[in-house]
Write a protein that binds this ligand. Structure first.
Ligand code: OOB
Length: 564
């Protein structure tokens, strides 16, 4: 790829549809798009309060970064990356756990105008290979080992197969690759950065298709979602935010997340693991005021809080989102943790809804909130695309100042995922109350929401189908008391195949190199699938047979009949 092609990749409208000029003008005129870049914002905050702590990485030994240090380190690393040929518009797959280097690398890339591609720590060879090849990534940033997995070996194999991938940078012991710590840190002299309307990074979609879609976010639009969230959540320079979920995910990054907290000049503490045994001592020691959790984790914290023996009194606000949070669980959080609850219903494609601090308690536990912006356009429509009256169920469509107009390099898919006039089809079934609050009632998209982690059944079906003994497969969601949903693979074996054990199917999926949360929780062998009237496999039929008495728990609200 030439330098000119790389820079083109940065420009909205080239690799993905962008906001039409009249919308962009409106969003600028309304003051939503402030013309800031991430690199510029960090520079300003460092000038305004150089000695405030931006970042705490508590493990294995406590390290801190002041705003000035973060700014300087980002500059020097940017110069080092540039010296190694990483330039504007280049893609860099970033797969780091919650460590300080994550933030340093991201800001170094922002300064150059290179685009981080946010892989999750759980991703494995199939996903990483795809991100590298699809984006033509020039670099891949990894830890040496994390959660018992050696990322260096995977990186070596991925590098072998991807000729564009020139660099693998490792936090820790680099082995055959380059240690991030050894990238020459030239003082100052970073190249000209990106423009506010240009792309800042590629975020991953939860996905409904065989491969994940990439979400192109600009500095202007994402920045609005940050300061808009900050206003709603009350984030300011005194906020001490615990980054519990993987830092690469949109929720802990921007709702209001560690980026929102940096925007406001507050302090982020990076939590190495989400369990109460790890997190509660940090809440106590670091005087944490705010955090964000997915519902299963919120349940565990709620159980553990009162008996933990740790002083959690600094906690003011806990945000819960990513999957449906039951009313019963929501009611228990505030008394157990001694703080306020806010529900968040968001998506990496854009739209984020929050319950508000001045909402009445019933609204907070029974709804998923209101959009950030008065210019978030919300439509709730029936199968024919007609608007339904408030209080009725329908498909949620949205358009607005921080919701993308198309995925990156996915023209065909964009025709299905967006309406002609630019509304994103979220795939969620919602109800809008008289106050405008949204209640998530289910889902029309073919996706499994496993406690906030999204699985595209088609991706796993394709893997299982490549097993020589398998004739056909269908992966569906089943109710789970703790996770909300988990995955079940119905497998039809070939007539001449030896019988298989469920564990062999799971091992097969795992060995193909995908994130472990995508390995089916359950496998059932069947002779045939229920058919729909037109002979297509009926996932609805499969789900209702999965809700048979041997399955525990009620059928979750999130599993509604397929609309398509
Ligand atoms: C967040 O982002 P994604 O991109 O991983 O997933 C988005 C999808 C939504 O379309 C919806 O199906 C589901 O996750 N979801 C919820 C929910 N929050 C997200 N379903 C029910 N109740 C909720 N509160 O998950 C995400 C991004 C930013 C902030 C929060 C969550």
């Amino acid at each position: 790829m030439t330098a000119a092609e790389s820079v083109a990749a940065l420009t909205p409208g080239v690799d993905a549809p962008t906001w039409p000029a009249e919308f962009a003008e409106r969003y600028r005129a309304a003051g939503y798009w402030r013309g800031e870049t991430f690199g510029g914002v960090l520079r300003e905050r460092a000038a305004a309060h150089p000695d405030r702590i931006a970042l705490v990485d508590p493990a294995p030994e406590r390290r801190t970064w002041t705003y000035r240090e973060l700014d300087e380190r980002a500059d020097r690393l940017a110069a080092g990356f540039a010296a190694r040929g990483i330039g504007r518009g280049d893609r860099v797959v970033l797969q780091l756990p919650n460590v300080g280097e994550f933030v340093e690398v991201v800001f170094a890339l922002f300064r150059i105008g290179a685009l981080p591609v946010y892989a999750l720590p759980a991703h494995r060879e199939t996903e990483i290979d795809y991100f590298c090849s699809f984006t033509g990534a020039v670099a891949y940033v990894i830890p040496d080992r994390h959660a018992g997995f050696d990322h260096r070996e995977l990186a070596a194999r991925v590098k072998e197969r991807n000729p564009t991938l020139r660099h693998v940078f490792v936090v820790g012991d680099a082995g055959e690759h380059t240690a991030l710590a050894e990238v020459p840190r030239e003082p100052g002299g970073t190249p000209a950065g990106p423009e506010p309307h240009e792309l800042a990074f590629l975020q991953l979609s939860g996905g409904t298709t065989g491969v994940p879609k990439l979400i192109p976010r600009t500095h202007d639009d994402y920045m609005y979602s940050l300061w808009g969230s900050n206003e709603i959540c009350g984030v300011d320079g005194d906020t001490r935010f615990l980054v519990v979920l993987p830092a690469a995910h949109n929720f802990p990054m921007s709702s209001p997340g560690w980026l929102g907290v940096l925007y406001a000049g507050g302090t982020n503490v990076l939590c190495p693991a989400p369990d109460p045994e790890t997190a509660f001592p940090l809440v106590e020691r670091e005087r944490i005021t705010m955090t964000g959790l997915v519902p299963p984790l919120a349940l565990v914290w709620t159980e553990a809080g009162p008996k933990s023996g740790h002083d959690l009194s600094s906690l003011e606000l806990v945000l819960v989102g990513g999957a449906k949070y039951s009313e019963a669980a929501a009611r228990r959080l505030e008394p157990a943790l001694g703080c306020r609850l806010m529900q968040v219903f968001g998506m990496a494609e854009g739209l984020v809804n929050y319950t508000r601090l001045d909402d009445d308690p019933v609204t907070v536990v029974t709804t998923q909130g209101l959009p950030i912006s008065p210019d978030d356009e919300i439509r709730v429509v029936d199968d024919a695309g007609q608007d339904v009256a408030d209080g009725g169920f329908g498909h949620l469509l949205t358009r607005g100042p921080y919701t993308i107009r198309g995925y990156w390099r996915a023209d065909d898919h964009n025709k299905r995922s967006f309406t002609e006039d630019g509304f994103y089809r979220t795939g969620d079934i919602v109800r809008r109350t008289a106050t405008g609050h949204l209640v998530v009632e289910g889902r029309a998209k073919d996706q499994i929401n496993r406690g906030g982690e999204k699985i595209a059944p088609e991706e796993i079906e394709n893997i299982i189908l490549s097993h020589p003994s398998v004739h056909d497969v269908s992966v569906v969601a089943v109710a789970d008391e703790y996770l909300g949903e988990r995955s079940l693979a119905y497998v039809v074996l070939r007539a001449d195949a030896e019988p298989l054990k469920p564990v062999a199917v799971k091992r097969f999926v795992r060995e193909r190199g995908v994130a472990s949360y995508k390995v089916p929780d359950l496998v059932q062998f069947v002779d045939a699938f229920p058919q729909t009237g037109v002979g297509k496999v009926s996932k609805k039929g499969l789900r209702s047979s999965a809700a048979a008495p041997e399955q525990q728990g009620p059928r979750p609200a999130a599993v509604t009949p397929e609309q398509h």
